[in-house]
Design a protein around this ligand. Structure first.
Ligand code: ATP
Ligand code: MG
Length: 322
């Protein structure tokens, strides 16, 4: 957000506790680079989830002095820009979004307009800050493509208003699969807790979940399409250790699934232990957390307003007399 630096923007929905997928696919890359509407949420629980998420960002190593971390709901510009961008987005485009199709199939009793237009809000989130780079998991690439299309469409009519953002996808961990169904992505809103590793799971739980992970009947530790379960575990192990798939295959050559699953579980638990210790400490300091979001929301609102005023002027809204 500082003028001579590239703007990097990303976010998470406070729909649940962060999973290993969110960490390896997104959060971990935010660190490297910076040196719902479907389910009704219980309001009190939702607030707590958002606070938990904020503390996890900091525990994972995002420095709140260098990164502007805030709650989206504290910056009104997101909703205001989203409305304008809605008028530059086609129903046909939103209908094609796989996240909308997946989530509406899962919650057929509550397919609301918010779920349908969610990608436009995400576009507003990104475009509001003239973002250059958006670190996301593979599942969000389609939404980012749509963001680019909306921005280019707007720019073609009104001139260079928006920066066209580029996605950043990590080499490994960009699509961690469910431990219970390796053909489905790991998701924090999955009802089955055994499908995901949550960043706050204790050591025993992590090891138990990996032990129970669905694997194939082949009993060979190889990364290949026919073995999605084992391939997912190799991917996780590789993302946590920095070893290549070949190195992992060699390391476990001749060993059984039991040994391999235990090694993956221990590695993930070791990686998460320091993060969990910091998380518990940060959560205790309510004043610290409140201070961060307050200061950062003000800063974010300032930059958001710059873009919003420009957009409003371009489309012909009357300026407010000050
Ligand atoms: P929900 O089930 O509520 O949609 P989610 O787990 O998909 O939750 P999001 O808040 O939608 O999480 O996404 C936050 C970030 O995490 C995005 O950048 C997304 O691409 C990334 N992400 C989500 N799931 C995975 C995954 N399984 N592997 C890698 N990255 C992921
Ligand atoms: Mg998601």
């Amino acid at each position: 957000m500082i003028d001579d630096k590239k703007v990097l923007f990303s976010g998470m929905q406070a729909t649940g506790c962060l999973t290993l997928g969110n960490y390896l696919g997104a959060l971990k890359n935010w660190l490297t680079l910076s040196e719902e509407y479907t389910v009704r949420q219980d309001p009190a629980e939702f607030r707590q989830k958002a606070k938990n998420l904020l503390a996890l960002y900091i525990a994972a190593g995002l420095d709140p002095e260098k990164n502007c971390i805030y709650y989206q709901s504290h910056v009104s510009g997101h909703a205001e820009l989203a409305w304008i961008l809605n008028c530059f987005t086609y129903m046909g485009e939103l209908n094609r979004m796989t996240q909308f199709k997946d989530k509406s199939a899962k919650h057929a009793d509550n397919i609301n307009a918010g779920l349908f237009t969610y990608p436009v809000l995400m576009a507003a989130d990104i475009l509001l800050y003239q973002t250059d780079v958006v670190p996301v998991g593979i599942d969000q690439l389609q939404h980012l493509e749509l963001t680019r299309d909306i921005a280019q469409r707007f720019n073609a009519i009104y001139g260079d208003v928006f920066t066209i953002p580029e996605p950043f996808i990590g080499k490994t961990g960009a699509k961690i699969m469910s431990l219970q169904d390796p053909l489905k992505k790991m998701s924090k809103s999955d009802e089955n807790p055994n499908a995901s590793i949550y960043l706050t799971d204790d050591r025993d739980t992590i090891i138990r979940k990996f032990k129970r992970a669905v694997t194939d009947s082949e009993a060979k530790i190889l990364h290949r399409e026919e073995q999605p379960g084992v391939s997912n575990l190799i991917e996780i192990y590789s993302a946590c250790t920095g070893k290549s798939f070949e190195e992992v295959e060699k390391e476990f050559d001749g060993k059984g699934y039991g040994d391999f699953k235990l090694a993956v579980g221990e590695t993930v638990a070791d990686m998460l232990t320091p993060l969990q210790t910091r998380h518990a400490e940060i959560l205790k300091d309510k004043a610290y957390l409140d201070g961060i979001v307050k200061n950062n929301a003000e800063k974010a609102q300032y930059y958001a307003n710059k873009t919003l005023r420009k957009v409003q002027k371009k489309v012909g809204f009357n300026e407010k007399v000050r």
